[in-house]
Design a binder for this molecule. Structure first.
Ligand SMILES: Cc1ncc(COP(=O)(O)O)c(C=O)c1O
Length: 349
């Protein structure tokens, strides 16, 4: 018999919900059109709904979060500009250098306090536009929640400071909000408390919201129409894309967004159980659905990863850290099982 896998590598492994399958089963050709001509009613409905939720003028369905982040750079900067990325952010580390290679930008990395930028420190990074030697700084990006700081949330109060900072230095302000709904739920704040301070925001359907494909970019009408043209340039002009968008329409219903809280509860449960069951490390209780476990130096990490896999548990390992992400495919029983497996492995080290 095939062994059950508990896949905690990422919330991107999620598959569609029964409600999503119901929607797709009843879909007809009337709900599809050519989206390059902006004639797909389902895509149009999803873009309108997204813009409304974030209280922005317009939205654009993109193939992925990586594409949407790049579009925000292409549409809001000029080649040769300098842009500010957080050191451990997805845009800095995991987007194949597209900011430089495709958008022609120089990324300048800023340090943060677990993903939370310090405005005073940022001020020192702004280039002098009058100096003939220096490129202009024109955009700052933040990640909320921050993936490699364990799903850390950035509060609307910090965003307000960053807005003021951006205005003072003529910067565009972009949020990689791949998991922004997780942040809003964890902080118990409406999504517009976040989006009001941002020029451009990307969120993903394909992560905790469990859709198979797609991310959305929201912002002003002018920004979105520029981004739309760049999306075509990058080969992202899709035709009957309603077949993708239909999943998003289910995902943006309140109960489905609220379901993300279960993922937070499960990640927090895993953290608490691990703290109770073993002495090798203590973990911080995560804000959202991403738990980072730091093992002491010299821990045989490959041995741990192999033993986890032998027990049907998948996770991501970088250096001495293992990342566990909870999602729609994981319940509290899985989490309890994983905590015991980890504690047992630790006994054998
Ligand atoms: C914070 C963050 N931003 C952007 C992305 C990119 O999204 P995609 O995989 O859809 O390109 C990811 C993907 O994991 C992510 O975690």
């Amino acid at each position: 018999m095939k062994k059950a896998i508990i896949d905690l590598r990422s919330d991107t492994v999620t598959k569609p919900s029964p409600q999503m399958w119901e929607m797709i089963k009843t879909m007809t050709n009337d709900q599809l059109g050519d989206d390059v001509y902006q004639e797909d009613p389902t895509v149009n409905a999803l873009e309108e709904k997204s813009a409304k939720i974030f209280e922005k003028e317009a939205a654009l369905l993109c193939t992925s979060g990586t594409q949407a982040n790049l579009l925000s750079l292409l549409a809001q900067t000029t080649p040769g500009d300098e842009v500010l990325f957080e050191t451990r952010s997805h845009m800095a580390l995991y987007e194949v250098g597209s900011a430089s290679r495709i958008a022609g930008l120089s990324p300048w990395l800023y340090q943060s306090n677990h993903g939370i930028p310090d405005v005073e420190a940022l001020k020192k990074l702004i280039r002098d536009r009058e100096d003939i030697h220096q490129p202009p700084t024109t955009l700052i990006a933040i990640e909320n929640t921050h993936n490699w700081y364990g799903g850390k949330t950035i509060t609307p109060e910090t965003l307000k400071l960053l807005r003021e900072f951006s205005d003072a230095h003529f910067l565009k302000f972009h949020m990689d909000g791949a998991r922004i709904f997780n942040a809003a739920l964890a902080l118990n704040r409406p999504i517009t408390d976040f989006s009001q301070y941002i020029d451009s925001l990307m969120f993903c359907f394909s992560k905790g919201l469990s859709c198979p494909i797609g991310s959305m970019l929201v912002g002003s009408r002018k920004f979105i129409s520029k981004a739309r043209k760049f999306r075509k340039m990058l080969g992202g002009g899709m035709r009957q894309a309603g077949i993708i968008a239909i999943f998003g329409l289910v995902a943006l219903e309140k109960p489905w967004i609220d379901r993300l809280k279960e993922d937070h509860t499960n990640a927090q449960l895993l953290a608490r159980l691990l703290n109770e069951q073993q002495d090798l490390f203590q973990v911080e209780i995560p804000d959202t659905n991403i738990l980072l476990v730091n093992f002491p130096r010299k821990t045989p990490m490959s041995q741990i990863m192999n033993q986890l896999a032998e027990n049907g548990v998948l996770a991501l390992n970088i250096d001495n850290q293992i990342r566990f992400v909870t999602h729609y495919g994981i319940n509290s029983e899985d989490v309890i099982k994983v905590s015991h497996i980890i504690s047992d492995i630790i006994q054998t080290l």
